[in-house]
Design a protein around this ligand. Structure first.
Ligand code: SF4
Length: 298
């Protein structure tokens, strides 16, 4: 649900399909990741309350049905905490059935908030953060210009969990290419073990038009993994993920970028998921032709 006419594209997680999308920023304040072209066409800016309030007023007409709000665009936590608290109070006041507010967040913005600020945001209704960790490996993070070290990337996720918010974490299989595949899997598993997210998704690398990573591939400077190698990397990653017994982390690998859908809970379904990875690897091994871009865009 979306009432906005502001510039630029709108993105949201698949699980926010029925949410009211409230754009509190335009674009992404980082906008430098070499694999991403989502917000390249727009200049980043914070939105004013004069822009935000009318959207909420329009949504209010559907107030009886709106239970979830997603704060867009790319990393809403870049907003000052006071502004976020003001927006959350407005949403609570105008949408009586509201149950959940969520947003994307970048690691630098997560780290810029104190534990007390995050706690205040959670108590004000921000309950779920979607975080693109992408990799737990320093070399991969530096290569794709994520803007943080692995240690900072882990600390950012831990800070959200410690504040009592739900954390949905995404990583990208194949992001380290052939060169760093093994260490990408190993260090990403260690990062997940340290963060202990509530939800965890593996996407597969797509080489989007206009992205530096695509240019690197075309210049012969980045070797993409084959589909079978992607399955092998996922198998290595899942093998090394050890989440506490008795915990419950929802695992999904059913994005459009993935070669085969996987779903389960960790640690309970680890053996089942590993068996599915082995099967996928075997099936994909016979593939002689595949699209290295892994994207349907023109
Ligand atoms: S991946 Fe996320 S943080 Fe990086 S440029 Fe894209 S939207 Fe911004």
């Amino acid at each position: 649900m979306y009432f906005d006419t502001a510039e630029g594209p709108v993105f949201r997680p698949p699980s926010e399909a029925d949410s009211f999308i409230l754009r509190v920023t335009i674009g992404c304040s980082h906008n430098r990741c070499t694999y991403c072209n989502m917000y390249r066409s727009v200049s980043f800016r914070l939105r004013t309350m004069e822009e935000i309030v009318p959207q909420v007023e329009r949504a209010k007409r559907y107030g009886e049905s709106i239970r979830r709000v997603f704060l867009a665009d790319g990393n809403a936590l870049v907003l000052p905490t006071e502004r976020l608290l003001e927006i959350l109070a407005l949403l609570r006041q105008e949408l009586p059935k509201l149950r959940r507010v969520s947003c994307y967040a970048g690691p630098r913005d997560m780290l810029s908030k104190t534990p007390e600020e995050l706690l205040a945001l959670r108590e004000a209704g921000l309950q779920l953060v979607y975080y693109g960790l992408e990799s737990g490996d320093d070399e991969v993070l530096q290569y794709v210009r994520k803007g943080v070290t692995a240690q900072q990337a882990v600390a950012a996720g831990q800070r959200i969990v410690a504040a009592g918010m739900k954390l949905s974490l995404m990583v990208i299989a194949g992001l380290g290419g052939r060169l760093w595949s093994e260490q990408h899997a190993r260090h990403t598993a260690l990062a997940i073990n340290a963060i202990r997210p509530h939800m965890f998704s593996v996407l597969t690398l797509m080489l989007y038009r206009g992205s530096e990573l695509r240019q690197a591939y075309e210049a012969g400077q980045f070797a993409v993994l084959s589909p079978a190698e992607i399955a092998g990397e996922m198998q290595a990653l899942l093998t090394m993920i050890n989440l506490p017994e008795g915990g419950h982390c929802l695992f999904r690998s059913n994005h459009i970028s993935n070669y085969a859908p996987l779903a389960g809970s960790l640690p309970q379904d680890k053996d089942k998921l590993l068996a599915a990875c082995r099967q996928m690897k075997g099936q994909l091994a016979g593939l002689t032709e595949w699209d290295p871009y892994n994207t349907v865009e023109e």
